[in-house]
Design a protein around this ligand. Structure first.
Ligand code: FAD
Length: 503
């Protein structure tokens, strides 16, 4: 049976009011926009629920009229799809417009409960208004993005609370069949929910993970654990001069994370990742990757290295952290190649200030400058991982650098390093208004995805353009399980068909 959009929108308008639907030409254009090479994805309409009950009404109407929905929370998934749907012609469920309340902040137990539209900026502002005793781990991306959508896409930050799904606790979900599910301790059939947002491992299977990078339900509220805001943050930074120093850098970072001596993750960014935030490429138009001489000049200009390492300590004051900083300094300096940049100096280097903000739970716009490195606004993120093994990390660097260069792009990457694993955030910036460049960006992403899959390495998140391709890279048993769960929870397949490859 085919979709009956008119009947669907009529039903939503009659039940939720006329302002719950927008199908104007301008709105459809805006919601279809994204930064990927595959082009915009114009939706069939946008609906704006104001409550969980209204989300249920929308999902039930979608089942009746066989209409595909696509939920977004704040819709700031820049480089991965923005607020475009999996496929053109789906109906965007914009939860952020009306469901944007901070439902609870528990100062004693340090958690908050939010609706989908609450942004990083909004929650940080509210926590500061209450005296700044607590902070939410943020991304170094858009401050108008939000914790709920980010955690559902398995996003991450940089403090000890970096794992946004890991530090989430308790969800409310409208399943594809219209039923409401509460996860964790919230699953008890009671009106009194004491531990919903404090206990993750309650009775029965852990269902929360089913709603990350999937399309089984629409999440309408979620709890997040908050970190006590440290009285002082003291960052440290090192530069290394050569591309191949990555091997040694990874070897140096690993033991400091393995013992958890350094509480933050390490941001290990290359020269272009940091300097590209500060202006458009002067070599754009040459058709080639940014030159070695050009990179050298940028490093000198910004006081950076080929690789730039940032981390931070937390403590009562600067003096208390001085011995820790000294220990890290001794550790890195024994390489004989590192140059140290202290916290005060780093504050005057805008791209290092971005790292300090991220370690301090402060949303900031600085890193978004990266997207203007080339004109035309195109950007996609390729996010493979590497074990924290210097030799392997360096092999992957060589592999990616060559593929970028073969396609005429500038190798731009930050490795976010933990104890055993680093996520490689590779951004491909390209001129989306240039058809040839868009085609090359697409080919570049696909070539890297293929090369890494051949080596048994998968991505952490993916731009919408590549969900089908990556899903096809999974083992048959994984695909069958995902499809079976979809059929059980969303039998008519109304929620985001195609998201992360699941139909
Ligand atoms: C320069 C730059 C730096 C960045 N840095 C980081 C970083 O440090 N860490 C990081 O994680 N990301 C980063 N990003 C990526 C991205 O911008 C953020 O992760 C952003 O917060 C995600 O978008 P959002 O919060 O607006 O989520 P949304 O766009 O609202 O949601 C993301 C996706 O999740 C699904 N979804 C959303 N809400 C729901 C719901 N209620 N129910 C079911 N499914 C839902 C949708 O399919 C949606 O497309 C960066 C991006 C840029 C451009």
């Amino acid at each position: 049976m085919s979709a009956n959009f008119d009947a669907f929108f009529n039903e939503i308008q009659s039940k939720l009011g006329t302002d719950a639907v927008n199908r104007s030409d301008e709105t459809l254009t805006r919601y279809g926009e994204n930064t990927m090479p595959g082009g915009d994805r114009r939706p069939a309409g946008v609906v704006y629920p104001a409550s969980t009950a209204e989300v249920q009404t929308i999902v039930r109407a979608a089942n009746t009229h066989k209409v595909p929905l696509y939920p977004v929370s704040t819709g700031n998934n820049i480089g991965l799809g923005s607020r475009s749907a999996s496929k053109a012609g789906q109906v965007i469920v914009d939860l952020g417009r009306k469901m944007n309340r901070i439902l609870e902040i528990n100062d004693r137990l340090a958690y908050c409960v939010v609706e989908p539209g609450v942004t990083y900026q909004a929650i940080t502002d509210e926590l500061m208004r209450r005296g700044g005793q607590l902070m939410l781990d943020v991304t170094s991306g858009p401050p108008q993005g939000g914790p709920l959508g980010n955690a559902l896409d398995k996003g991450a930050g940089y403090t000890p609370y970096f794992d946004h799904f890991g530090f989430a606790c308790g969800m409310e979900v409208v399943l594809g069949n219209g039923e409401v599910l509460r996860t964790g301790d919230g699953s008890i059939d009671s009106d009194k929910l004491v531990n919903w947002h404090t206990s993750k491992y309650s009775f029965g299977p852990i269902l929360d993970g089913l709603f990350t990078q999937s399309n089984y339900g629409i999440v309408t509220r979620m709890g997040f654990w908050l970190m006590p805001r440290p009285p002082a943050v003291q960052s440290f930074h090192f530069t290394f001069p050569d591309d191949d120093d990555l091997e040694e850098v990874i070897e140096l970072c690993r033991p400091l994370k393995m013992s958890n001596f350094v509480p933050t993750l390490f941001r290990v960014a290359n020269d272009l990742y940091l300097s590209a935030s500060e202006g458009q490429s002067k070599e754009y138009g040459s058709g080639k990757a940014f030159s070695t001489e050009g990179r050298r000049a940028l490093r000198e200009h910004f006081g950076l290295g080929a690789w730039n390492i940032s981390g931070a300590f937390y403590g009562p004051n600067e003096a208390a952290m001085a011995p820790m900083i000294q220990r890290v300094r001794d550790h890195f300096m024994k390489s004989g190649k590192a140059r140290y940049i202290d916290h005060e100096q780093a504050k005057s280097i805008p791209t290092l200030q971005v790292a300090i903000n991220a370690f301090s739970g402060t949303p900031s716009l600085g890193e978004l400058g990266l997207l203007k490195w080339r004109p035309g606004g195109g950007n996609i993120w390729f996010t493979p991982g590497t074990p924290m093994d210097g030799k392997i990390a360096n092999e992957f660097q060589h592999l990616c650098r060559k593929i970028y260069e073969d396609h005429g792009f500038d190798y731009t990457v930050m490795n976010v390093c933990g104890a055993r694993f680093a996520r490689g955030l590779h951004v491909i910036t390209f001129n989306r208004e240039d058809a040839d460049e868009s085609k090359r960006a697409d080919a570049c992403y696909r070539a890297m995805a293929k090369a890494f899959a051949e080596r048994g390495v998968f991505v952490g998140r993916a731009p919408l353009d590549y969900h089908d391709m990556h899903f096809a890279q999974t083992m048959p048993g994984f695909r069958q399980a995902c499809t079976a769960i979809k059929q059980a929870l969303d039998p008519n397949g109304v929620i985001a068909p195609g998201r992360y490859g699941i139909q």
